[in-house]
Design a protein around this ligand. Structure first.
Ligand code: HEM
Length: 150
């Protein structure tokens, strides 16, 4: 943890309520975006809640995704065979970061670390989404904070 941030990354970003606002607003935009909407043809309302729970765990909140929703392996599996293009990945990032700028605190390091996770995570999602991917055992859920990937 850096000197100027005594609060945990999770608390600083506003915990689960902030992530719920972020993800809700994000999918409102994704589901009407011409490039992204076709990828989310099988979207369900539980999707939003599951992404909130995943992001909470990654950023230092409770490990509920690992305990109840299948953990890292399940998140990666959700993206298998989606065939996400680089254009779609980049658009996903663009919408997410624009939403984070509005919904998360205007702390420069917090926004930067969040953006780094999003860049990293979307590259993995797009990579495993290509045909023929075999996941193997991906290990525990990643953790991300003031110093990036823990
Ligand atoms: C940091 C990046 C990402 C995170 C944290 C993430 C997180 C998740 C999670 C937690 C789920 C499971 C939802 C559930 O259980 O219902 C999921 C599913 C999904 N994700 Fe992502 N995702 C990321 C990137 C992407 C990208 C870049 C795309 C496409 C452009 C994408 C498209 C999808 C789709 C279509 C599903 C639903 C698959 C189905 O129908 O079950 N994701 N994602």
């Amino acid at each position: 943890m850096t000197e100027q941030h005594s609060e945990s990354f999770y608390d600083a970003l506003g915990g689960e309520p902030a992530l719920r606002r972020l993800v809700g607003s994000f999918y409102d935009q994704v589901l009407v975006d011409p490039l992204l909407e076709p990828v989310f043809a099988h979207f369900t309302p539980t999707h939003v809640e599951h992404v909130v729970v995943w992001l909470s765990e990654v950023f230092g909140g409770p490990a509920v995704y690992t305990e109840r929703l299948g953990g890292h392996h399940a998140v990666l599996s959700s993206h298998l065979n989606l065939n996400i293009t680089e254009e779609q990945r980049a658009r996903w990032v663009e919408v997410m970061l624009a939403t984070a700028a509005k919904e998360l605190p205007a702390d420069e390091l917090l926004q930067r670390r969040f953006a780094e996770y999003i860049e990293w995570g979307t590259r993995i999602a797009a990579s495993v989404s290509q045909p023929g991917t075999e996941l193997g055992e991906p290990g525990p859920a990643p953790h991300w904070g003031w110093d990036g990937l823990a």
